[in-house]
Design a protein around this ligand. Structure first.
Ligand SMILES: *Cc1c(COP(=O)(O)O)cnc(C)c1O
Length: 381
């Protein structure tokens, strides 16, 4: 059953409509599961409000699709998710510090511990509570971001005191170049991760996790026990050099506020960066950089009306963009009509390329001023 609903109580007049297809999210989750095979569980990364798509509807959809392990970046995100999914296993990438131990424990979050200080903080808190607390260890394997070095892992294994206070769920690491399958760093990180698991083996860890979305499309040796996709679930191509195996989730449409026909050759927008000829038709849309339609899309983004390409011309303003709609019949581009900015013919990855960025940044920057509609998923919300 597919249905569409706007955010309740929202006053109309939004400059854009963001449609999120929850059935496509569920289908993408199943596609990834097929790719992983039965030996590897598929989790989901829903940090940053599910990459800007809305934590509540997206997380409920994934739960209904069978996902039981979720990853967020912040304690606060984990708490929000706990209220939505009382039974889920929720991992917090940023781990814990003195300020978050009590909340982390109270909401049954599983911190990802990435350095000895964090392990000590969490183990000390567990001892004061006279309980054992769950954790996932993060190993540094080549990204130099978060994670224990092999030396720190060796020390940990020999230090029974801290380990005894924790219920270690497993170990993870993160790939830096998984979207480039031929990159030599992939094999290097795989080796380093295996080496780290060997060092940690006396701890009898339950699960190992290495693959993000792109890692799922590498050799099955990268899969281990638990995968952590985010981007691919929302339709971002996990292997940009090839065709996109994922279904499209996001549609962004802007509303035309005004259309004008140019009667004298002149310029459009701030800085007069685009010249228009006599007879050209320019439509102005109520979306701008304050909505996450990056200013770097000035004179470079494509939009579509009825499948016909109409380019963004001139600079992106805070709340407005201008589009040359000369290619479509005048009656197809009138005030109130919609223009497709992210759509099947112009997926999020294409818009990202035009902005000089990646789909991840486009999605997480999507503004709060759009009228949001969720399709399918059975949640409506
Ligand atoms: C964000 C993140 C993921 C998800 O990555 P995608 O490329 O979106 O699939 C997985 N693991 C870690 C540690 C992350 O920070």
């Amino acid at each position: 059953m597919s249905r569409s609903s706007a955010v309740p109580g929202r006053v109309r007049g939004a400059g854009g409509f963001l449609t999120i297809d929850l059935d496509a999210v569920a289908a993408n989750y199943r596609t990834l599961g097929t790719r992983l095979g039965p030996a590897c569980e598929c989790g989901a990364v829903v940090k940053a409000d599910a990459y800007g798509l809305g934590l509540a509807p997206v997380a409920r959809t994934l739960w209904d699709a069978g996902c039981r392990r979720f990853f967020v970046a912040l304690t606060e995100e984990g708490i929000a998710l706990r209220f939505l999914l009382p039974e889920a296993r929720i991992y917090v990438f940023d781990g814990v510090d003195q300020d978050t131990t009590a909340d982390t424990a109270a909401h049954r979050l599983i911190p990802v511990l990435s350095h000895p200080g964090q392990i000590e903080t969490w183990a000390t808190y567990a001892r004061t509570q006279r309980t054992r607390l769950p954790a996932l260890l993060q190993m540094e394997t080549g990204m130099n971001r978060l994670g224990l070095s092999t030396g720190e892992a060796e020390t940990l294994v020999s230090d029974a005191a801290d380990i005894g206070a924790l219920e270690l769920d497993g170990a993870m690491s993160h790939l830096a170049c998984a979207d480039e399958p031929e990159h030599p760093q992939n094999a290097q990180q795989l080796d380093n991760f295996r080496n780290a698991l060997a060092i940690l083996s006396p701890l009898g860890l339950a699960a190992a996790s290495l693959a993000n979305s792109s890692g799922i499309f590498l050799d099955p040796a990268f899969h281990f026990d638990l995968a952590r996709p985010g981007a691919a679930l929302w339709g971002i191509n996990p292997q940009p050099a090839g065709p996109n195996p994922m279904g499209q989730v996001v549609k962004l449409q802007g509303k035309i506020l005004q259309t004008r026909t140019i009667d004298t050759p002149s310029a459009v927008g701030y800085g007069a960066t685009h010249r228009v000829r006599r007879g050209a038709r320019i439509a102005t849309i109520g979306i701008g950089y304050a909505d996450g339609f990056f200013r770097s899309l000035s004179n470079s983004a494509s939009a579509f009306i009825g499948g016909i390409r109409v380019p963004v011309v001139g600079r992106v303003s805070m709340d407005l963009i201008t589009i040359d709609v000369s290619a479509v019949p005048a009656e197809a581009a009138q005030a109130g009509d919609l223009v497709d900015l992210i759509s099947p013919e112009h997926p999020v990855d294409d818009l990202a390329r035009e902005a000089g960025t990646i789909g991840y940044e486009v999605l997480t920057a999507l503004g709060r001023r759009f009228e949001r509609r969720y399709l399918g998923g059975g949640t409506g919300s």
